[in-house]
Design a protein around this ligand. Structure first.
Ligand code: ADP
Ligand code: ASP
Ligand code: MG
Length: 401
């Protein structure tokens, strides 16, 4: 049996915790499992490295950022291998490149294109516990790349797929997927299972417990994915194919995403092609636009609003400056957040969105933007109401029951 385990930043956040991970790995090993262990950087380490770069400039070269950021994961991978060796176990640490992970060249947000599993297979066959530095690969020209924030989850799922592992276990400081972030809502309930699609929405909408790309890939490759805690032996949550009884549940979870900002362009020339130009320019810079609102134009002018993550706001602003002949004024709002409701049951039930809007109204919360899909409803609201809105939604859909 081959298992890929992934330990996140908090789980390897100190030398004692790396030792705890080593002991957990040894336990799994003693049960006769072959293991590939993917690790993140120690918690806070990636942010610290970003701050170091920002000491010199607000827009450091992304290629150099990737060399810098990939170092955090190498520290933990090598330390874990050393810890295991010190306990008498045969372990080998590999960088992303040594593990055969090849990506495209989109620095800081690269996609995995292929994995040459030869080296990993060989080391497993030699009886070694293989430790891989997560979050990184190389492009076709040999440049170091990283996979986007939280990207070690993606490394783990991709490796599980490439090795046809029996399961991929993602260890963090929570023992599974909850109806909402248990740090914000203590009444949140742990789910035994959740569908790939619901999990994908939850993580895309801001639940950082699993990186969204990793869920997308797990679905595509059919990887059996578990979310578990590195601090307990509790059951965890299985992320899997949708089943009929899942549809009976109207709403599975609610999410709050504080990392949002809104850009509004006022008095935009209302002509064919203007939206295409603006959003193509944003896409070319790899700026992910989430919600978009355009009003019905009057007198040849309209207003266009959209949201981006806060870290992309500076770049989006600069880019919009190059369109300044096309609109009257531009304003920004960093004091917004997004609350979302997710559930496959929405496909077959009506009124889910109306319930959410009513609950906002009861609490005097103004909804600035709305977007929906088959299995989610999202709202942009004032940042100061984010946690209140989350708790109210959790309550109104009886997720605490
Ligand atoms: P790691 O550093 O191990 O990758 P993360 O910090 O990325 O771990 O993810 C774990 C965190 O995700 C938890 O501490 C929890 O606060 C948060 N979280 C957000 N939404 C949820 C949810 N629905 N279920 C469980 N945890 C959640
Ligand atoms: N260390 C990286 C980050 O903080 C990747 C990860 O932890 O998964 O985003
Ligand atoms: Mg994470």
């Amino acid at each position: 049996m081959l298992i890929v385990q992934k330990y996140g930043g908090t789980s390897v956040g100190s030398l004692e915790r790396i030792e705890n991970v080593a002991n957990r790995v040894i336990k799994a090993r003693s049960e006769g499992k072959d293991l590939v262990v993917v690790v993140s950087a120690m918690s806070g380490e990636t942010n610290k490295l970003i701050e170091y770069a920002h000491h010199f400039t607000t827009m450091p070269s992304k290629r150099e950022m990737d060399i810098l950021l990939s170092s955090g994961e190498r520290v933990t991978a090598s330390l874990l291998a050393i810890a295991l060796q010190a306990k008498g176990y045969d372990a080998i640490a590999l960088t992303g490149r040594q593990a055969g992970i090849v990506t495209d060249s989109i620095y800081t947000y690269a996609r995995i294109e292929s994995i040459d599993n030869t080296k990993m297979r060989q080391e497993i066959r030699n009886g070694k516990i293989v430790i891989v530095a997560g979050f990184q690969g190389i492009d076709a020209l040999g440049n170091v790349t990283t996979l986007g924030r939280g990207g070690s989850d993606l490394s783990a799922v991709a490796i599980a797929g490439a090795l046809e592992a029996d399961a991929c276990e993602i260890y963090s400081d929570v023992d599974g997927i909850y109806t909402t972030d248990p740090r914000i809502e203590p009444h949140a309930k742990k789910l035994d299972t959740i569908s790939y699609d619901e999990m994908l929405e939850l993580s895309s909408l801001g639940a950082k417990v699993l990186q969204n790309r990793s869920v997308e890939l797990a679905k595509k490759l059919g990887v059996k994915l578990y979310a578990k805690s590195s601090f307990s032996d509790n059951e965890g949550t299985l992320i899997t194919q949708e089943s009929e009884n899942m549809e009976a549940v109207l709403v599975s979870g609610v999410v709050l995403d504080k990392n949002q900002s809104r850009v509004t362009l006022r008095g935009v020339q209302d002509r064919p092609g203007i939206a295409a130009e603006i959003f193509t320019a944003l896409a070319e810079r790899q700026i992910v636009v989430d919600m978009i609102i355009q009003n019905v134009g009057t007198d040849g002018l309209t207003n266009l609003g959209f949201t981006v993550t806060q870290s992309d706001l500076e770049e989006a602003k600069q880019l919009m400056e190059s369109f300044k002949d096309e609109f009257g004024a531009m304003d920004f709002d960093n004091e917004v957040c997004k609350v979302s409701v997710v559930g496959v049951g929405m496909k077959s039930h009506s009124g889910v969105a109306a319930t959410a809007f009513t609950q906002m109204a009861k609490n005097g919360i103004n909804i600035q933007m709305i977007s929906t899909s088959e299995i989610k409803v999202s709202m942009i609201i004032d940042a100061k109401y984010g946690e209140l809105a989350l708790r109210e939604l959790h309550k109104v859909y009886e997720l605490d029951k």
